[in-house]
Structure formats: C-alpha cells, structure tokens
Design a protein around this ligand. Structure first.
Ligand SMILES: Nc1nc(=O)c2c([nH]1)NC[C@@H]1CN(c3ccc(C(=O)N[C@@H](CCC(=O)O)C(=O)O)cc3)C=[N+]21
Length: 297
C-alpha cells in the first residue's frame, strides 16, 4: 500500500483564500484591516527568508504588514519598548517576534510582554494555560495547522492513539493539548524515551517534531497510520549540495502509512497560513465581531 500524500501546500492555499475572503469582508463591512507586526532581531539568513515570506503572504491576503528589523545588538529594554508600542497600536492585531532571539535577550520575558490577545504565535503563558484548560486561546500555528490536516484526513480523532514526538513549548506540548481536546489517547515521547519504536508501532497518529533528520524509520510505522512530519532539517548529500528532509524517513514510511505529510510542502506552508488565520481571529476578537468558520479549531 502507498500512503496518501497530504498536500500541505494546497491546504495552505485554500486556508489563505478563506483568510483573504474574510479580510475583504472586514474591510467592506466594518472598515477594519487586520494588521500583523513581525519583529526580527539580527540578521540570521534563514529567519530573514521566513520573515520575508510571511510579509509577502500577509499583503497577498489583503492585510497590513508591519516589519520591524532591529540590529543584533538591540537591548532587551529596547525590544520591550517596541512591544509596548505595538501592544497599544490599534492597527496592529497580531504581533510575532521571530525566534530564536540573540542570547543576551530573555525570550520568555519578551514573549510574555506581548498582549495575549495579539499573541498570534500562541506562545504567551496565558495562551498556553488557556489551551491546557480547554478555554478559548490563541493556538500556536504549527500545531494548529497539523490539527487541521489531521481532522481532514482522519475524520473523528476520538479514541485514536496519538503519539507526539517532541516536547517543545512551540510544537510538542500544544500539539498534545490539542489532541487531548479531540479525545485522542495521547503519548508524548522525546529524546530520552526508551521504547520509541514500540510506541510508534502502536500509534494511529504520529506527529514527529524532534528535529533530527530521518530519525523515525518507515518500518516502525503502524500500517495505515497518519504521519505528520514537523521536522525541517537541511542535510548534505554525497555530491555536496543540500536538501530538506523531515524527522521521518518519508520514502520508507509512505509504503506503510495511510497518509503522510512531505517535507518540504507539508507542515511548513500550513504554519504560515495559520499565522494569517490567527491574525484574522485576533482582529475579530479585538473588535468583538463573530469569528469566521474554519480559521481556528
Ligand atoms: N515566533 C516565531 N514563530 C514561528 O512560527 C517561527 C519562528 N518564530 N522562528 C522560525 C520558525 C520556522 N518557521 C517556519 C515556517 C514555515 C516554513 C516553511 O514554509 N517551510 C517550507 C520550506 C522552506 C524552505 O524551502 O526552506 C516547507 O516546509 O515546505 C518553515 C519554517 C516558523 N518559525
């Protein structure tokens, strides 16, 4: 059997269309344009690529994009002052501070300085707590995108064995919370887990977010399982060029799984689409307007 390939790129196109439609509606009916501010500290080339891509897609959806590029030696106090300013700017509905930050800046302090209502990354402790207690929150973009794809491909998730590999605050933990909310039986594995192979073999759903290239072997996967690969690892090929691979050995896993996301073209594009969706959600909530269907879970 060969797995269905879950086309995250197509999925993201459809989600961005819904975002653009609702943005147009907000403009026409309420004279409000959703605005997303992205803050980048330093000149990491990969981060610059992501930030450019986010800004381009924000504008394409009809929203306002505000970019703040700060020097690598920006002080924590200066960054906090900018966040204060964005928190009180009514044109800004979403704020994203690109991670990682330079070492001299306390990441948790900065994230928790963002107004939770504008925290479109969903990283603020208030949003983490709201999600964990089943209340309305801003949901982190990557797990949100993963859940949207899982719902589409698995239908009812209730009672399914879901294995989340990775325990980060930005993917593993919120993913586990979302799957619990869907009534999955959730296991969280990580680098110290001893019997990973057996856990994978028992999982109807695998979400891999360990950050190790090709770590999960195809032969471990339960036949027919749904595999969501969050990993984006750049590896060097024998000819010296590089390519992107996930945490799962895709070529082997696709022979066993029921459905699987590729890398690239899987979770990555959905992450950015969900950022735009979260911005529209934040905008509607800020204006006490009804939220459109399908932009969050
Ligand atoms: N505050 C914050 N929020 C983030 O959401 C955030 C962040 N910081 N820091 C960096 C990571 C990384 N990230 C990606 C988003 C999309 C792709 C993506 O679309 N990837 C393409 C391939 C891109 C390529 O070819 O390099 C794909 O998977 O198909 C990748 C990575 C968001 N991040």
């Amino acid at each position: 059997m060969t797995a269905q390939i879950i086309d995250g790129k197509n999925f993201a196109v459809a989600l961005r269309e819904r975002v653009a439609e609702h943005t147009a509606y907000l403009k026409q009916q309420h004279n409000i344009t959703p605005g997303l501010a992205v803050v980048l500290v330093g000149e990491d080339p990969a981060s610059q690529v992501y930030v450019r891509s986010k800004a381009k897609q924000t504008v394409e959806a009809g929203m306002n994009s505000y970019q703040h590029k700060l020097a690598v030696d920006t002080t924590e106090a200066e960054l906090l002052a900018l966040i204060d300013q964005l928190n009180s700017d009514p044109a800004v509905h979403g704020i994203l501070v690109q991670l990682p930050l330079p070492e001299h800046i306390d990441e948790a302090l900065v994230i928790n300085a963002i107004d939770p209502a504008k925290d479109v990354d969903g990283f603020h402790i208030s949003n983490a707590g709201l999600l964990a207690t089943g209340q309305q929150a801003m949901v982190p973009c990557t797990p949100l995108g993963c859940l949207m794809m899982l719902r589409e491909y698995c239908g009812n998730l209730s009672g399914q064995n879901a294995l989340v590999i990775g325990r980060s605050n930005i993917v593993g933990k919120p993913m586990a919370q979302l799957l619990l909310r869907e009534s999955c039986t959730v296991t969280v594995a990580h680098s110290r887990t001893r019997n990973l192979r057996e856990l994978v073999a028992n999982a109807d759903i695998v979400v891999a977010a360990v950050g190790r290239p090709l770590f999960i072997e195809g032969g471990w996967i339960k036949p027919g399982a749904t595999v969501i690969d969050v990993g984006i690892n750049r590896i060097e090929k024998s000819d010296g060029t590089t390519r992107l691979v996930g945490d799962v050995d895709f070529d082997a896993a696709k022979e066993v799984a029921g459905a699987i996301t590729p890398v690239p073209g899987g979770v990555g594009p959905m992450t950015i689409a969900c950022l735009l969706a979260n911005t529209v959600t934040a905008c509607c909530r800020a204006s006490a307007l009804p939220e459109p269907h399908g932009l969050t879970v």
